[in-house]
Design a protein around this ligand. Structure first.
Ligand code: DGL
Length: 270
């Protein structure tokens, strides 16, 4: 199976797009709702939590895991790939979502000034500026941490006016760093669910890039380039969803993020 990991439910916005273009595979989604958000935690904690999620997905038969979480991709991916996998699971793979997004961003910007909205951990890692500048050193990357957004989104209160005030505050701070920004990456998978609200607070000429469609296409390309991995997948379109904390709120939110009701089961990490 192909595993998807996120601290919470934001990764469903990626999985949904992947299933649209790769419906034949079987997917397993793991959401650490008991401990979300990760974004204001330190790197070691994010690494340990992400690793537990990845191990759980491997135990449940995932061969390839996508960290559908920028925070985990920025703070845990490298160590998982370089230290954990070679030692414990040399035949399994874990991929992140920052490099594939960085690879595409040059296609969107004309001014060469790009803004990133992300969690504190993603911003502090500087993963986006590093990865974008490896590909194109002309692009100037301006980052804005938005620590209040994930807690509000996970609480389900996305239709309240306060959210607009908070979005405007963050955008204001971002544009103070550069008035030439013409492209904004939603560098946290949760933000895709409030993409329309963010767009409404921006001038029309500013493009908003969310990751779902990009990651789906990149995964498709990756599987074409890696037939040895592709051939290990069962093609029976099965979908399984697990969370470390279940409740009526989480059921409501899964439907909101995924676009249709899903059965999500409780899993214990210990
Ligand atoms: N969806 C995660 C991301 O993309 C949320 C981070 C969090 O848990 O704070 O970064």
């Amino acid at each position: 199976m192909i595993g998807f990991f996120d601290s919470g439910l934001g990764g469903l916005t990626i999985l949904k797009e992947v299933i649209k273009i790769l419906p034949q595979y079987s997917y397993i989604y793991f959401s650490d709702n008991a401990r979300t958000p990760y974004g204001s935690r330190n790197q070691e904690t994010i690494y340990q939590f992400t690793l537990q999620g990845v191990k759980k997905l491997f135990e449940k038969d995932a061969n390839l895991v996508i960290l559908a979480c920028n925070t985990s991709s920025s703070s845990a991916l490298r160590k998982i790939q370089q230290e954990f996998l070679p030692k414990h699971y040399p035949n399994k793979n874990v991929l992140g979502i920052i490099i594939p997004t960085a690879e595409e961003i040059g296609k969107f910007t004309s001014s060469q000034d790009v803004g990133i909205l992300a969690t504190e951990a993603t911003v502090n890692s500087s993963s986006y500026p590093k990865e974008i500048n490896k590909i194109n050193s002309e692009i100037k990357v301006f980052q804005q941490a938005c620590p209040l957004l994930v807690p509000i989104i996970e609480s389900g209160k996305i239709n309240e006016n306060d959210l607009d005030v908070i979005i405007k505050k963050y955008l204001n701070e971002l544009f103070q760093k550069s008035r030439k920004i013409d492209t904004i990456i939603l560098g946290c998978t949760h933000y895709a669910i409030i993409e329309d609200k963010i767009k409404k607070c921006l001038p029309k000429n500013v493009k908003v890039v969310s990751q779902g469609v990009i990651i789906a296409q990149k995964l498709k390309d990756y599987l074409v380039q890696h037939p040895e991995i592709e051939k290990t997948f069962v093609k029976d379109s099965k979908k399984l969803f697990f969370t470390t904390e279940n409740s009526e709120r989480i059921k409501y939110l899964t439907q909101l993020f995924y676009g249709e009701p899903i059965k999500i089961d409780l899993v214990n990490l210990i």
